[in-house]
Ligand binder design. Structure first.
Ligand SMILES: Cc1ncc(CNC=O)c(N)n1
Length: 227
């Protein structure tokens, strides 16, 4: 992740600096007990099913948020490759929704009858507030990057050598832990690191605050799996 740390010749980006500064929160979000339980094979399958149903609802709410970031990129970005990155994220969500349906039926989870829990509603409300036209592209892209990064880092950890992830959960971990998703997160990080140094101080402050709020929401979201 912290490419800047591996290559000292390159200056550290703002996002890598923030992750260092907020290491504890970042670790809480990416090494949560739920993730650790997947990785060591002790995961409670009812927790997994609860997460699956709630995450499906979250992902549906995530689509309009990502669309709003795409729209901002079209209007505010001066790099036209941003559009492709954000379009690929919508394409991934299209696959993801189909996958959730297939996975839910495999586990006997009836998606139509799932009600969002309070934590999920809170997170979706945050997404909604981040969609508003007044939210700058820089702030929105920072939020998107943080949201995707937590899943990428969490699930990639369950696929590392030495992990004992149950085979029936491997596909889930692959979905967000695969190399391509990692590349996509790096593309988002690059966009954020390009935008942040030329943003106003106020925007930078807002973007950092948004990162922290995402990390908090993600921890709560994992907590929800315990029921
Ligand atoms: C709660 C949460 N955070 C991040 C993601 C990953 N992004 C899209 O799938 C997700 N599915 N759910």
């Amino acid at each position: 992740m912290e490419a800047g740390l591996e290559r000292p010749a390159e200056e550290e980006g703002t996002t890598a600096m923030w992750l260092r500064k907020h290491r504890l929160m970042y670790t809480a979000a990416t090494r949560h007990p739920f993730i650790l339980s997947i990785r060591d094979g002790s995961v409670d399958l009812n927790s997994f099913k609860r997460w699956l149903g709630q995450d499906y609802l979250f992902v549906r709410a995530f689509v309009p948020f990502v669309s709003s970031v795409l729209l901002k990129a079209c209007w505010e970005s001066d790099d036209n490759s941003d559009m492709e990155v954000l379009l690929s994220s919508l394409a991934a969500l299209n696959d993801e929704i189909a996958w959730f349906k297939k996975e839910a039926s495999k586990w006997g989870v009836v998606l139509a009858s799932i009600a969002p829990q309070r934590v999920n509603k809170d997170y979706c409300r945050f997404l909604k507030s981040s969609m508003e036209p007044g939210i700058e592209y820089t702030v929105a892209i920072a939020a998107l990057w943080a949201i995707e990064l937590v899943y990428q880092q969490s699930f990639a950890y369950c696929l590392e050598e030495g992990s004992r992830t149950p085979p029936e959960l491997a596909e889930t971990c692959q979905r967000w832990g695969n190399e391509g998703f990692g590349q996509y997160c790096q593309s988002l990080q690059k966009i954020a690191d390009r935008q942040l140094p030329r943003a106003t101080n106020e925007e930078r402050k807002k973007a950092e605050a948004v990162l922290l709020r995402v990390l908090e929401h993600e921890v709560e979201f994992w907590n929800m799996s315990h029921g």
